[in-house]
Structure formats: structure tokens, C-alpha cells
Design a protein around this ligand. Structure first.
Ligand code: PSU
Ligand code: MN
Length: 305
């Protein structure tokens, strides 16, 4: 066991008994949603995982410890601190740990810590990807490299079209990361159920996804899997409205020279502001939907192993 890792007793017990566990990230709490909806959602997602028959493990760094499973007080602390918490991807972990700080983990860092704990299924909202204009800026999320090497399956609602979805697909293909569509042939675009892009394989049942994961990892084909789960129809947004908000947010980011790790949080916050409460409500619902699917996949995966 890694010396920096603290596994919550509920999570440790579930893992010891080969019971399903679903990892959850914390950058979505600090940088992805506003207070107080971020704290409420984080707790509701945990409750949804429990009601769906699995143990939730929200991952973050508290006083330099890699926490797998948080208390409600710890969730509130992260949620209130918001953008002042260090957003941690792979490169940021050593600094935050060595300085005993608090850190919010991105998809990449959450995968690393879940893998250390032996958790194979992780549910979130959206993954990072290749940004529009990356041909010039080289802005490609470290989430993609992590998916290329760390063996954790990420259930998401696709990726927001703040990204270049076509280039993101190409990059994942190069890295050997499968993109599975749950009950869909089209790659979902977060707020909308479809995009102009396809998934690699459509699987209609959670059990089939668990069989896919089992085969991949028994073959020692290390690395992650993207499981794309479209937002439920009733919460999907109007494509034209979301597209125009995204275009405006991208323009502003350009004008204000927003780069590096600030880029994604800036775009997320601007899109949320420009679309009002609507997009936040959709965002919350798609995360809950992913939590339910993650729990179902984790259950089947445990049964197979
Ligand atoms: N996309 C979203 N919501 C999020 C994120 C991305 O729709 O909260 C967060 C995730 O934590 C993801 C991170 O891992 O942003 C990617 O940041 P970057 O592009 O800087 O790698
Ligand atoms: Mn980036």
C-alpha cells in the first residue's frame, strides 16, 4: 500500500470483500460547479452510488494525504474553497503532497489514485481532451495520456464541445484507448446526447461493458477505457443555445489569453454563466446518471473477477 494513501474504512472493507466501488473526482467539485450546488451534488452522487449497490470513493488530497473516500466535512471544505484549491493533474501531485496541501484531483489524478487503491471504475461528468486550436497551442489534457496507461474505466457523458471532439477521438485511438457508447452509436457531447462523431463500440448492457473490461485487463492491455453515457433525454439541452455559449466562451478565453490549467475551468464557468441555471441542472443530472451506470458496471465487474 502506498505510504501517502488513506483509504476510508467503508471503501477498504468493500475492496477487501470484492464488493463494487466507484471512484469519484474532486476537481468537478472545486472547479466544475459553483458553491453550494457543488457540495450538494457531490453528496448526492455518493448517495446515488450507494442506492445503486456500490460504495462511493470520492478522491482528493487533504493535508498532503491521498484520500480515497471523503467525509462530508471534507467535501464541504473542498467545495467552499473552490478555485483556491490546487487543481491537481499528474504533474501537480508531488508538490501538493510534499507541502501537505489540499488538492482537487482531475480525471487523470483521480485515475492514478483509484488505481493505487485497486478501484477499476470511476464515474464523472466530462473528461478533458484535445482543445480546439491545439494544432497551434498544444493544449491537450493530461487526462488523455493517463487513459493511455492507467487501468481505470471512466464513465462520462462524453466531452464538452469546448474541445475538438474529432481530434480527441484521434488522440485516444493513437493511445489505444477504447471509447464505448452505452446504448449509443454517437459520441455524446455532454449537454447533448449526440455529436458528429461515433464511438468505437456500442454496448447496450452494463454486463457487456464489464465483460469488455475483464477481457482488456486479463490480456494485460494496460490503460483506461472511456464509457460514454448520454445525458438523459429529458435533461438534454438545446444544441444551438449551448453551441453559441461555447463559441462566446472560447472567444473570451482567446481575448484574455487564458492558457494552461486555467483554460478548462475558465471555459466551464463561462459556459455555465452564459446558459444560466439550465446547464448546471443538466450537469448535475448527467453526473447522477453516470454514477448509476458506474455502480452497475462495478457490480458486474466484481461478479466476473
Ligand atoms: N470537463 C467537464 N467538467 C469538469 C472537467 C472537465 O465537463 O469538471 C475537469 C475534470 O476534472 C477534468 C479536468 O479532468 O477538468 C480537465 O482539465 P484540463 O483540461 O486542464 O486537463
Ligand atoms: Mn490544458
Amino acid at each position: 500500500m502506498n505510504q501517502f494513501l488513506d483509504i476510508h474504512p467503508d471503501v477498504a472493507e468493500a475492496l477487501a470483500q470484492n464488493k463494487p466501488v466507484v471512484a469519484l473526482e474532486s476537481t468537478i467539485i472545486s472547479h466544475g460547479m459553483p458553491w453550494p450546488e457543488n457540495a450538494e451534488t457531490a453528496k448526492l452522487v455518493e448517495q446515488t452510488v450507494r442506492e445503486s449497490g456500490a460504495t462511493p470513493a470520492t478522491i482528493a488530497i487533504i493535508n498532503g494525504r491521498l484520500k480515497v473516500g471523503l467525509s462530508h466535512a471534507e467535501i464541504d471544505e473542498l467545495a467552499k474553497a473552490g478555485l483556491s484549491v490546487t487543481k491537481c493533474s499528474r504533474r501537480d501531485l508531488p508538490y501538493v503532497i510534499a507541502n501537505k496541501q489540499m488538492g482537487a484531483t482531475t480525471v487523470a489524478a483521480t485515475m492514478i489514485i483509484a488505481d493505487m487503491a485497486g478501484i477499476r471504475v470511476f464515474a464523472t461528468g466530462g473528461i478533458g481532451g484535445v482543445h480546439r486550436g491545439a494544432q497551434e497551442t498544444f493544449d491537450i489534457s493530461a487526462d488523455l495520456q493517463e487513459l493511455g496507461k492507467t487501468s481505470v474505466a471512466v464513465v462520462c457523458a462524453g466531452a464538452k464541445s469546448i474541445l475538438d471532439l474529432g481530434l480527441t477521438r484521434e488522440y485516444l485511438e493513437t493511445l489505444g484507448v477504447p471509447v464505448l457508447g452505452f446504448q449509443t452509436d454517437a459520441l455524446p457531447a455532454f449537454y447533448t446526447r449526440t455529436s458528429d462523431h461515433t464511438v468505437d463500440y456500442r454496448l447496450d448492457r452494463a454486463e457487456q461493458i464489464a465483460e469488455f473490461l475483464t477481457a482488456k485487463w486479463l490480456l494485460n492491455l494496460d490503460g483506461g477505457v472511456v464509457i460514454a453515457n448520454p445525458i438523459p433525454e429529458e435533461f438534454a439541452m438545446d444544441k444551438a443555445a449551448i453551441d453559441s455559449a461555447i463559441e462566446q466562451a472560447l472567444r473570451e478565453a482567446n481575448e484574455q489569453n487564458v492558457t494552461g490549467k486555467e483554460s478548462t475551468p475558465f471555459l466551464l464557468a463561462r459556459v455555465a454563466e452564459l446558459t444560466g441555471g439550465n446547464s448546471l441542472a443538466s450537469n448535475i443530472q448527467l453526473v447522477l446518471n453516470n454514477a448509476r451506470l458506474g455502480a452497475a458496471i462495478a457490480q458486474h465487474y466484481c461478479n466476473l473477477s
